[in-house]
Design a binder for this molecule. Structure first.
Ligand code: NAG
Length: 311
């Protein structure tokens, strides 16, 4: 019975959430109706469409592959994405969700939190903590393989996220709800000084950017985030207890990376041939630091607007 049930239900509840799907997910302790991870596609997508981020590509693909290879993970996967604005953090988070679930970010099991929307400043932090906790509990109970994405953590009240601490550790199975299969993604610009400094030193020493390793940045990013009052993880037990699986560095972008962003944008608009526009858009950005001007201050962020002006 149990073996044919999933097949039946899969057909019945094709695109969206439904009673049968919920029932199946409860029985199976995972949302296999919709959970169709494809690590190779994720890897390829990151490689092809997130420019200049070999560290993020490596760490994200490796950690996701390692996590998904475990039948019964010992703890949830917690990835914390850091780097300057416009370097591709949000895009990478979306890609991750897209290649885990058949129905992408529209999946009922991918939960995206935007602080300004879900936890507005000036709100009652204690009430927000309770709310967040009950959302995560409710969602993981419904689907053990839930994905939670917290973007713009810099705008989150300090201490709010700490309410998740019990769920991120190794020992949480309560009333048959398995908290160890969930995936959490934190996104913030905190730690950018550390990452940008390392990239600059690499550059000034005449070494290849691609020779940088994520391992050498882990501790420094963790410390910077822990010490930063607006990181969303200020003084957080989540960092103290090493509950973050990996800190994922996004490097500052050089001019040729920005040009590739512009080129990709142009192709999306059916203007692949306008290399002149891609070059002009990249040339029109601000680059720092003052002697050298190696890195774009806004990454790929203002590329679409620039293209609008130039086309
Ligand atoms: C799951 O999280 C969403 C927020 O993304 C919330 O609106 C919803 O109520 C939660 N579901 C449960 C069952 O708690």
């Amino acid at each position: 019975m149990i073996t044919i049930l999933p097949l039946l239900l899969l057909c019945v509840c094709a695109p969206a959430r439904c009673v049968f799907q919920k029932l199946y997910c409860t029985i199976a302790d995972s949302c296999d109706c919709d959970f169709r991870p494809n690590v190779r596609e994720l890897e390829w997508d990151l490689y092809k469409n997130v420019f200049g981020q070999h560290l993020a590509q490596e760490v994200l693909s490796e950690e996701v592959a390692r996590f998904l290879a475990q039948e019964a993970p010992e703890k949830p996967l917690v990835l914390s994405l850091h780097g300057s604005s416009g370097t591709g953090k949000t895009m990478a988070g979306d890609m991750l969700a897209r290649h885990l679930y058949a129905s992408a970010t529209g999946s009922p099991f991918v939960h995206q939190f935007i602080p300004t929307l879900h936890f507005p400043a000036g709100g009652h932090v204690q009430a927000q903590r309770e709310q967040l906790k009950s959302w995560v509990q409710g969602n993981v109970t419904e689907c053990a393989r839930s994905v939670f994405i917290f973007d713009e953590m810099d705008k989150m009240a300090p201490g709010l996220l700490d309410v998740l601490e019990p769920f991120l550790g190794p020992s949480h199975v309560v009333f048959r709800t398995n908290y160890r299969k969930a995936i959490y993604i934190f996104i913030s610009t905190a730690g950018e000084e550390v990452i940008n400094k390392a990239a600059l030193e690499q550059r000034e020493a005449g070494r290849d950017r691609e020779e940088m390793t994520a391992a050498e940045l882990q501790d420094a990013i963790a410390r910077a985030v822990y010490d930063n009052p607006t990181s969303g993880l200020y003084n957080s037990p989540i960092i103290r207890q090493k509950l973050v699986t990996a800190f994922v560095p996004f490097l500052p972008l050089c001019r040729h990376h920005v040009e590739r962003c512009a080129q990709a944008q142009l192709c999306q608009r059916g203007a692949c041939g306008r290399r002149d526009v891609a070059r002009a858009a990249a040339a029109d950005m601000t680059y720092q630091p003052s002697p050298g001007h190696y890195f774009s201050t806004s990454g790929c962020k203002s590329v679409p607007a620039k293209i609008n002006l130039l086309l």
